[in-house]
Design a binder for this molecule. Structure first.
Ligand SMILES: [Zn+2]
Length: 880
């Protein structure tokens, strides 16, 4: 029916074949001009198997072929064939040189994949399949080649010309043009190629590696941002040191470059020696960035740096292995961030992503294993499952082998596969071999989709002083309809008596004791564990530190959860207990709402929170997490059917009663934090600010009299964290003060693009009746630009993902708004359009009214005309 969809083709892991050809080296010569760019490429190609006679098929997309020569002889048109996505040369010798000249139009490239313009810059994004939009090539990760890149451009407009590796030559040319030649001594796949040209300032530093080599560190930004790179530079040095200490890995080139780019689909890209970053994850000053922004900068800088070993030196054989580099690197990034700040709060943040986004993905139409079996558009598989669940899977290996065993496995992995493109099997086998074990059952985490549900039953025998736990696992059906075999998983366990004192564990079967605690090793559909010499019926603390990415249910009473929230030695599980308490209360209020009863929050719950607020908690930021009422999405993942209105009403009621009943305690804590906060970026100060701003949010909910406090904080704020804290607190208020502060904020920061994005995002998540009208106005505001992914995510995606009440509007206006934006962005930037769809994929789980409305929105997109592969795949799979 639709022309374009005829080309849509599913790629399967089982069809993988080694490439027929190797490309030993590629010499690129890129002539950048204002109207078009000319790319000369010289390839040294060799057939892998001499007896083969297959044609050479190169990838290419949107390219204009200007000339083609094989071993210096021009090819006649009959000797090759071009399609929209390939170039086939019918007959080639065993080993040969191929010269290709193409013309491309980066100025017109709105998809931000391949070579494109961001403001006055030229830059690239080649992962996953962007290089084929620059020149014809075997654009697949298992083709690794030596790259030499010469960039030619106007000297005044583009004084800085960057590519991967080391600079080996530079010079002047006629007509005010100049060139720079780069050579990367490491073989790499094309997705790691990068090029940047523009008028940028360089911030320099250096780092001495553990073996004594000197590495130049360079961050390139637009001139007006040169005072916002200190934090990123420090973070880079911390990351380099950390990787040497934790994994014995040091950097391998003479220079490490980072460029900040305003228009970027992803967070950042680990191109060899030349990382290209979304400016959001590089630029940060106390005037413009919040504490969370600083933490994100540190994490993303670390992440991309760690890829140099896990991703670049050892890369993926094919894109099904994406988690080989991403799951592992997210895990390394998590370890790094935990070492720099609060390990508990970091763990809570990571668990929250799994429990809201990843669990939702598993329960939706796009569910896939950490290593998918098939895809239509690989860009749709840069998912929470591949990244975040992938990291959880690595974490379980770390738990099972312990720090020393895990490190032994990683050392063997680096030793065996350095310089190669490998599979997840190769990785897992290295870990197994180093520890003298097999991981065949463990591998199910990589090829079975879905969230395992672990149901725990208890039985206490007072006479025998025995406590028995029976764990039963089950994994719900996913769209692939495959049956699931039991997973192996470590479940961290501790037992407490009624006073919150730990009981020593005596258990004969399968208890794995480590320095991090004791773990039940669950590996069958049903596992039983008997604990001896248990004096009284204990309260078990289960799945401590979120030891496995599963949903665990246990028949806790409210009193037991309060006990764990107030005294569990596993700090993560204190938070977990607080979320279980909140979820339980919201579910019970929902039931009352659906039965038309009045909603009453139990006083026992409020009293428990009161005690919590009066307790001495190890860190203020942890208390901030403990008093955070579970979000809409968090509770939704615990519901069979999401009764939208009931959930919103119940949650609001709990927040209001909490705020009003605990007003006095919250005010005291606010004051105490204010006194402890010296305004610096020290961990303790950030921790106090986190708690202070959480209290302020509730205080404004408690009554209008607290608006003055928010206003005072806004006016006296020493940093963006306090400014944003005050604005967030006031964001849902109908007071006229809200508009006054929002106007002032825009006036103050209108020249700071990243801060304007915060201003857009806050308005998008305001819980106010006219929010959609306001967003429609903002679409035309000078501070918004549909071509800029950060702005689209800030205004449009924030509305879909963080404003449940208005997104799930009873007449479907919220869904329709998103559908229209997807249609608008589909042709311009398919990756960004596809990302906006996330909120619309869950319609089967909603109550009948919302489900039908959301389905209509998807149908509207489906019937809107030619869809990109990105949007087509998600919409059709969702409607199936
Ligand atoms: Zn990554």
């Amino acid at each position: 029916m639709k022309m374009q969809n005829a080309k849509l083709k599913t790629t399967y892991l089982k069809d993988y074949q080694l490439p027929d050809f190797a490309i030993h080296s590629i010499d690129l010569h890129v002539e950048l001009n204002e109207d078009k760019t000319i790319v000369h490429s010289l390839l040294h190609v060799e057939r892998r198997l001499p007896q083969q006679t297959t044609p050479l098929v190169l990838h290419g997309e949107g390219l204009k072929l200007l000339s083609l020569r094989l071993d210096e002889k021009p090819l006649a048109q009959t000797e090759y064939e071009q399609t929209l996505q390939s170039l086939t040369i019918k007959s080639v010798p065993h080993s040969f040189q191929l010269e290709i000249v193409t013309e491309i139009l980066p100025q017109k490239n709105t998809s931000l994949s391949g070579l494109y313009r961001s403001g006055k810059l030229f830059c690239t994004q080649c992962e996953a399949e962007g290089f084929r939009r620059i020149t014809y090539y075997l654009d697949r990760p298992d083709v690794m080649s030596l790259f030499t890149t010469t960039i030619v451009a106007d000297k005044a407009k583009y004084p800085i010309l960057l590519s991967n590796g080391n600079k080996i030559e530079a010079g002047e040319l006629s007509e005010n043009r100049h060139y720079v030649k780069w050579q990367d001594p490491f073989k790499k796949p094309s997705y790691l190629f990068a090029l940047v040209a523009g008028d940028l300032v360089k911030i320099s530093d250096n780092y001495q590696t553990q073996s004594g080599r000197n590495v130049a560190l360079e961050i390139y930004v637009e001139a007006q941002n040169k005072d916002k790179t200190d934090y990123a530079m420090q973070a880079l040095k911390h990351a380099m040191l950390w990787d040497e200490k934790a994994y014995g890995r040091e950097y391998d080139l003479d220079v490490y470059m980072i460029v900040a780019v305003n228009d970027f689909n992803m967070g950042a890209m680990e191109n060899k020696g030349l990382n290209i970053f979304n400016s959001k994850y590089v630029l940060a000053s106390e005037k413009t960035a919040t504490d969370v922004d600083f933490q994100n900068v540190e994490a993303v800088i670390g992440h991309e740096y760690f890829h140099n070993w896990t991703g670049n030196r050892i890369t993926c054989r094919d894109w099904f292995q994406l988690s080989l580099k991403e799951g592992l690197t997210v895990f390394r990034e998590q370890q790094f961030s935990a070492s720099m700040g609060s390990p508990t709060v970091k763990r809570i943040t990571d668990a929250r992503i799994i429990r809201t986004r990843q669990f939702a993905e598993d329960a939706g139409p796009m569910a896939h294993p950490v290593r998918p079996e098939s895809y239509i558009e690989i860009n749709n598989f840069y998912t929470s499952t591949v990244y975040n669940k992938g990291a959880e899977v690595i974490r379980m290996l770390h738990t099972l082998f312990g720090q020393a065993g895990f490190r032994k496995g990683m050392d063997l992995y680096f030793e065996r596969f350095d310089g190669q493109a490998v599979t997840i099997e190769d990785f897992v086998k290295a870990l197994a071999d180093a520890n003298g074990t097999d991981l065949n059952q463990f591998f199910r985490w990589y090829n079975q989709a879905g969230t395992p549900l672990v149901n725990v039953k208890e039985a206490y025998d007072a006479k025998l002083k025995q406590f028995k736990l029976t764990l039963t696992q089950q994994c719900p059906k996913t769209p692939d309809n495959l049956s699931k075999e039991p997973f192996i998983m470590p479940i961290k366990v501790a037992l407490y008596d009624e006073k919150g004192t730990k009981i020593a564990l005596e258990c004969k079967s399968n208890l794995h004791k480590t320095s991090e605690g004791s773990f039940l090793i669950v590996d069958k559909e049903t596992n039983e564990f008997i604990f001896e010499n248990v004096p009284i019926k204990p309260v078990p603390s289960l799945l401590g530190n979120f030891s496995a990415p599963v949903k665990l249910s246990y028949p806790y009473t409210e009193a037991e959860l309060v006990l764990l929230m107030l005294s569990d030695e596993d700090l993560f599980n204190r938070w977990d207990a607080s979320q279980r308490l909140g979820t339980k209360a919201i579910k019970s209020l929902m039931k009352d709402h659906l039965a038309d009863k009045s909603l009453v929050v139990p006083t026992t719950l409020i009293e428990a929170y009161r005690e919590l607020l009066q307790q001495d908690i190890p860190e203020p930021a942890l208390l901030a997490q403990l008093i955070t009422i579970p979000s809409f999405h968090y509770v939704a993942e615990n519901l069979e059917i999401i009764e939208v209105d009931a959930l919103i009403t119940a949650r609001k009621t709990l927040v209001e009663v909490f705020a009003q009943s605990l007003e006095e305690e919250l005010a005291k804590v606010y004051q105490a934090c204010q006194e402890q906060d010296d305004g610096s970026l020290k961990n303790t100060s950030m921790s106090h600010r986190a708690l202070k701003n959480t209290c302020l949010y509730y205080l404004v909910k408690a009554g209008a009299k607290w608006l003055k406090l928010a206003q005072a904080q806004y006016e006296k704020a020493r940093n963006m964290t306090d400014k944003m804290g005050a604005l967030s607190a006031i964001n849902h208020s109908t007071s006229t003060l809200r508009q006054t502060l929002f106007d002032d904020f825009y006036k103050t920061y209108q020249k700071e693009d990243l801060v304007v994005n915060k201003w857009l995002a806050l308005q998008a998540c305001a819980d106010l009746p006219n929010v959609l009208e306001n967003i429609n106005k903002l679409l035309k505001h000078e501070g918004f630009d549909i071509a800029n992914p950060n702005k689209v995510y800030s205004l449009i995606n924030t509305f879909a993902m963080s404003n449940p009440e208005r997104f799930h509007d009873d007449e479907g206006k919220g869904y329709e708004f998103i559908a229209l934006r997807v249609i608008e962005l589909n042709a311009r930037n398919p990756q960004v359009a596809a990302r906006l769809l996330e909120g619309l994929t869950q319609w089967k789980r909603l109550d009948a009214t919302h489900s039908a409305l959301m389905k209509n929105a998807l149908i509207k997109i489906e019937s809107s005309g030619d869809l990109s592969e990105d949007v087509f795949e998600i919409v059709t799979k969702s409607l199936k």
